[in-house]
Design a protein around this ligand. Sequence first.
Ligand code: HSE
Length: 308
Amino acid sequence: MVRKVRVRAPATVSNLNCGFDVLGMAINEPFDTVELELTDTGRIEIADIRGCDTLSRDPEENVVGPVLHAMATAMDFTAGFRVIIEKGIHPGSGIGSSAASSAAAAFAANLLFDNAFSLSELVGFAMEGERLASGSPHADNVAPSLFGGITLVRNYEPLDIVQLHLPPELSVVVIHPDTEVKTSVARGLLDRHLPLETAVRQWGNVGGLVAGLYSEDYELISRSLEDFVAEPRRAGLIHGFSGMKKSALASGALGAGISGSGPSVFALCRGESSARAVLESMSRVMHSERIGFKAYLSPVSSRGAGIC
Ligand code: HSE
């Protein structure tokens, strides 16, 4: 029996503008790594968290705790785990930091349990980490972090995850400003009820985006990357957002918007050279606003969580 594994899980851009809580995609970097070892202690011990000094090592306060607890309960497993987390993704960045640690922990535990669970079942366990992090167990980051590529949460109860077709030319730019937005705060800004007209426009775009991905119709993808639900409420949380979005679109991005609940801003582009031009123009906005940031350019990653 394998007693120790090391797993990495990628950062993710969720919502993709029109798909609040249902659409997400994996990017190549950054990523989190979780090392998991079976012990005989009967408890979950987080021995170290590297790359971040603000996260708790108390398993009741760290996202890996509820994930491992739920999986151990489902398996009637009473031994223990020793965990080492390496954070490549900054917490509160909007690119699925809590989701990547949760996904890596779920994938690693499943290896130690001899692959007892399907990837979709792992999404359900990893959502327990999201519940702890933001108070709401959404799956639009953990699903692509586990599956890779672009995923759709067709339904939450029961969970139904669909991995969508990935057109080969999609590149993603992510600008992560040096600020933090708490997902719970960003979710608190949203309307609980939507006018029917708004819902119609939003689900028209979800359908359009999915159709555009399958037909590799980049114009249709571009037209569908609109958000009438979250962006109008959240844009004000992100200094420089409208300038970055305008400059991304003017430089040829297919679309741009808030990554997850922010503060990261993403732009989807056709091809790497277009993405480079978009990255430069978005960076210029951040420099002119004197806001510190990190920038990532990546193809949409077809790889989800895996052994490293
Ligand atoms: N869909 C979630 C939200 C993602 O926008 O609140 C948060 O990571």
